[in-house]
Design a protein around this ligand. Structure first.
Ligand SMILES: [Zn+2]
Length: 226
């Protein structure tokens, strides 16, 4: 009995079952990945389930599910937070993505004015929020801004990839409501990647502390980038 207890203490203290991001976002894998299905009580929904990209690190799952719950708590009528691809069970290369390999990348549908989540039967993104280089009326600027602030201020976010028009709109919105100077760090982490982020943003977390085999990415330049 004593032996079992001391072994248990050993296992727990070395955190042998913790998830681990290994390698780089575009050349990596995951140890002990976690499925988003472990968080089914959260106000989060996984799209494209049959692609099998349900997995990531614990940190990714906590960021996604706490975002969903934060949005629900702040805006009770908000649609569920819909998640596109995360990673495959063991990480590594998946179809459609260069990154998404080490469990720290995930795609999240933008929040909508009409509060209508896309049907889960759809096999591709349901709605573009940037058409002819203009933001559509259904892009909920206040809620998407709240989501970005929540993620950057509460999780270890490296970058959030968005469309250029969306960054521009969030920069102006932050100025308009007087939050520009206090949210420079949020704006800084919004990185422009056009033509793919008009229906979803791509959340990228930094290497979690203790994941010594995870290869860090350089920090984005300081300043808002607006
Ligand atoms: Zn992505």
């Amino acid at each position: 009995m004593k032996l079992i207890i001391s072994m248990l203490v050993l296992v727990l203290s070395f955190n042998l079952f913790a998830s681990e991001a290994i390698g780089f976002y575009s050349n990596g894998k995951i140890g002990n990945s976690v499925s988003i299905d472990a968080y089914s009580e959260s106000h989060v929904r996984k799209l494209y389930r049959n692609r099998g990209q349900l997995y990531g690190t614990t940190e990714t799952m906590l960021a996604l599910t706490s975002l969903a719950d934060h949005m629900k708590a702040n805006y009770p009528s908000v649609e569920v937070t819909q998640i596109g691809d995360i990673s495959s069970k063991n990480g590594r290369k998946i179809r459609r993505h260069k990154s998404h390999q080490n469990g720290l990348d995930s795609d999240v549908v933008y929040y909508r004015v009409n509060e209508q989540a896309q049907p889960e039967s759809e096999t591709e993104w349901g709605e573009d929020f940037v058409i002819n280089r203009k933001l559509t009326k259904n892009f909920h600027i206040e809620r998407n801004w709240e989501a970005m602030k929540f993620l950057v201020n509460n999780h270890d976010v490296g970058r959030i990839f968005v469309d250029g028009q969306i960054k521009k709109a969030l920069c102006s919105y932050a100025k308009k409501i007087g939050e520009f100077s206090q949210e420079i760090e949020t704006l800084r982490r919004l990185r422009i990647e056009n033509s793919v982020h008009m229906h979803h943003f791509h959340l990228r977390l930094k290497c979690p502390s203790g994941n010594s085999r995870c290869k860090a990415q350089g920090e984005p330049p300081t300043g808002s980038g607006c």
